[in-house]
Design a protein around this ligand. Structure first.
Ligand SMILES: Nc1nc2c(c(=O)[nH]1)N(C=O)[C@@H](CNc1ccc(C(=O)N[C@@H](CCC(=O)O)C(=O)O)cc1)CN2
Ligand SMILES: Nc1nc2c(ncn2[C@@H]2O[C@H](COP(=O)(O)OP(=O)(O)OP(=O)(O)O)[C@@H](O)[C@H]2O)c(=O)[nH]1
Ligand SMILES: [Mg+2]
Length: 474
C-alpha cells in the first residue's frame, strides 16, 4: 500500500440515501478537487482555510454532475492528518459513482479498507488501540459496547500504558547506563524506586487483564442459557424474549435437538440467549448428545434460566421433588452461577394454585445459593418483561457497575499477559539481586509488549490485519 498518494472513497453506506459523503485525503486532495469544483462564491477551493464548508457544483468539463457541499480540512488539521476534502453530494448511487470515477480519472486512488484510519494512525493522530476502537465504535450495537469503544477511542487504557512504559523506559536507560560503568560498580537506577514501579505496573496489568472477561462478555452479549426438561417451553420463551418465531415449538418432547442462539438488547445491554435441548436421562442418542451440550452451554453462560412446567409441579409432588433434585445438580456443578428458576405455563393454573406454587418455589430457591424464582407464561407473555428486568438487575449488580477501563480486544489482552509475564521476571530478578545487564533484557521484553498495544512497536502484517477488518471509507 502506497501511503503518499491521494485516496478517495465513499464514507456513507453504499446505495441510495438523502446525502452521500465522498472523502478525499492525501497531499493532492485540494489540487485534484479544486479544478472540478465551481464555487457559488467563485473563490477557488485551494485558497480556502481549514474547517470551512463551501457550496458549489462538481463539474466534469462543461457538464455539471451535482450541486454539493465541499468541506476543506488542511493538513495537519484533519482526521487523517493529511489534506482532506469531503464532498457531500445528493445520495443517488449514480451521482456517487460519477463523482468517484471523475476523481479517480483526475489522479485519486480508491482507498483500501480502513486506510483513512491507518493514515490517521501513521500520522500520530491516534495510537493503534484508539484506531482499533474506531472499528468497535462503528460496530457497536448497544450502550455497553458503545461506551467501551468510546472510552478506548478517547485514550482509555493506552494513556495509562504509555505513562508506565515511559517510566519503565527511564529505568531501562539508567540500568543500561550502569553497564557502561561496570568497573566502577555504580547504581544509577535506584532499586527501591524501581521495585515500587514494578509493583505499580503489576497492579495495573492485573486489573486490565481481569477486565477482559467482563469486556468480552459485554461486547458479545451476556450469555444466558435457557435450560430445563423437554417440553417445558424453553423455545417458546426464547421466541417470546426475541419477539419473533426463532425456534421451533411443538408439544413433542425433544423438539430442540441442537442449541439455538440469538442476541437482543435489553436496557442498552446486549444479551445472548441460548436455547438448549431438554435435560433428561435418555436412551435417544441424538437427544443425549444435546444434553451434553446443555451442560457445556451452562458452563459458558453468565446466567442460567431454569424452566419448569408449573402445571405439572403444581399438582404432582413427585415432579416437584424431581425439580428440586435437578436444581441441586446444577448448583452442585455450578455453585456460583446465578440461577433463575422460572415456573412457566402459569396460564394453566388456578389462582390458589399460583399462591401454593410460589411458596414451594420460595422454599426451593431459599435452599440454593444465588437462586431466584419467577412465575411466567411464555405463551401469553405474562412475566416476560419482569424476566428482562431481573436479567438487567443481575448485570447491574455485577459486571456493568464497574466503570473502570475495560479491555475488549484480544490482541491487547495477549500483549498484556505477555507484558505481565516479563514484569514478573523483572521482579524475580530484582529479588535475586540479578545484575543490570540481565534485568535489562526482561525490561526490554516488557517494553516491547507495551509498545505492541499502542503501536510504538508494530509491523506491516499486524497493521494489515487490523485495518483489513475495517470498512472501506473509514
Ligand atoms: N464528515 C465527517 N464526519 C465525521 C468524520 C469525518 O472524518 N468526516 N469522522 C471521522 O471519522 C468522525 C469525526 N472525527 C474527526 C476527528 C478529527 C477531525 C479533525 O478535523 N481534526 C483536526 C482538527 C481538530 C480541531 O478542530 O481542533 C485535528 O485533529 O487536527 C475531524 C473529524 C465522525 N464524523
Ligand atoms: N399453556 C402454555 N403452553 C406453553 C407455554 N409455553 C410453551 N407451551 C407449550 O408447550 C409445548 C412445548 O413448548 P416448547 O417451547 O417446544 O418446549 P421446549 O422446552 O423447547 O421443548 P424441547 O425443545 O423439546 O426441550 C408447546 O406445545 C408450547 O406451545 C405456556 O406458557 N403456556
Ligand atoms: Mg425447544
Amino acid at each position: 500500500m502506497k501511503l503518499n498518494d491521494t485516496i478517495v472513497a465513499l464514507a456513507t453506506p453504499s446505495g441510495a440515501g438523502a446525502i452521500a459523503v465522498i472523502r478525499v485525503s492525501g497531499p493532492d486532495a485540494l489540487n485534484i478537487v479544486a479544478p472540478l469544483f465551481k464555487a457559488k462564491s467563485n473563490k477557488p477551493l485551494e485558497d480556502q482555510p481549514t474547517h470551512t464548508i463551501h457550496l458549489g457544483n462538481v463539474m466534469d468539463g462543461e457538464r455539471t454532475i451535482d450541486e454539493v457541499l465541499a468541506s476543506v480540512f488542511r493538513a495537519p488539521k484533519s482526521y487523517t492528518g493529511e489534506e482532506t476534502v469531503e464532498l457531500s453530494c445528493h445520495g443517488s448511487p449514480y451521482i456517487q459513482q460519477e463523482i468517484i470515477q471523475l476523481l479517480i480519472r483526475k489522479g485519486c486512488r480508491s482507498a483500501e479498507a480502513g486506510e483513512f484510519t491507518l493514515r490517521a494512525f501513521l500520522n500520530a493522530k491516534m495510537d493503534l488501540s484508539q484506531a482499533e476502537a474506531v472499528a468497535d465504535l462503528i460496530n457497536s450495537e448497544n450502550a455497553a459496547s458503545h461506551q467501551m469503544a468510546m472510552q478506548q477511542m478517547r485514550g482509555g487504557f493506552s494513556n495509562e500504558i504509555a505513562k508506565l512504559r515511559e517510566e519503565l523506559l527511564n529505568f531501562a536507560s539508567l540500568i543500561e547506563l550502569e553497564l557502561d560503568f561496570a568497573e566502577e560498580d555504580v547504581e544509577f537506577a535506584n532499586r527501591d524506586q524501581f521495585r515500587d514501579l514494578v509493583s505499580r505496573i503489576q497492579t495495573v496489568l492485573k486489573r486490565l487483564i481481569d477486565s477482559f472477561a467482563t469486556g468480552n462478555v459485554l461486547k458479545n452479549g451476556i450469555p444466558v442459557a435457557i435450560v430445563g426438561e423437554p417440553n417445558v417451553g424453553k423455545s417458546t420463551l426464547l421466541n417470546a424474549l426475541l419477539n419473533e418465531e426463532r425456534a421451533i415449538v411443538s408439544d413433542i418432547a425433544g423438539t430442540t435437538r441442537d442449541t439455538i442462539e440469538d442476541e437482543m438488547s435489553i436496557g442498552g445491554v446486549g444479551f445472548r440467549f441460548i436455547d438448549t435441548a431438554g435435560i433428561r436421562e435418555t436412551k435417544d442418542v441424538v437427544e443425549s448428545i444435546g444434553i451434553k451440550k446443555t451442560f457445556e452451554k451452562i458452563s459458558q453462560a453468565q446466567v442460567v434460566v431454569y424452566l419448569v412446567d408449573s402445571s405439572q409441579i403444581a399438582v404432582n409432588r413427585e415432579r416437584l421433588q424431581e425439580v428440586r433434585v435437578e436444581i441441586e445438580k446444577i448448583k452442585n456443578k455450578f455453585p456460583q452461577k446465578p440461577l433463575l428458576i422460572i415456573a412457566n405455563k402459569t396460564d394453566r393454573l388456578a389462582e390458589e394454585e399460583v399462591e401454593n406454587l410460589k411458596e414451594k418455589l420460595q422454599d426451593i430457591s431459599s435452599h440454593a445459593e444465588r437462586a431466584e424464582f419467577l412465575l411466567l407464561s411464555a405463551k401469553t407473555n405474562l412475566g416476560v418483561e419482569e424476566l428482562k428486568d431481573r436479567l438487567l438487575e443481575f448485570v447491574n449488580t455485577g459486571a456493568l457497575r464497574n466503570s473502570d477501563t475495560i479491555v475488549t480486544n484480544s490482541r491487547h489482552y495477549a500483549a498484556l499477559l505477555k507484558a505481565l509475564e516479563e514484569i514478573n521476571k523483572v521482579e524475580d530478578g530484582l529479588n535475586a539481586d540479578l545484575s543490570g545487564d540481565l534485568l535489562a533484557i526482561d525490561i526490554r521484553q516488557a517494553l516491547h509488549h507495551f509498545g505492541e498495544i499502542t503501536g510504538e512497536i508494530t509491523n506491516d502484517d499486524l497493521l494489515g490485519n487490523i485495518f483489513a477488518n475495517f470498512c472501506i471509507g473509514k
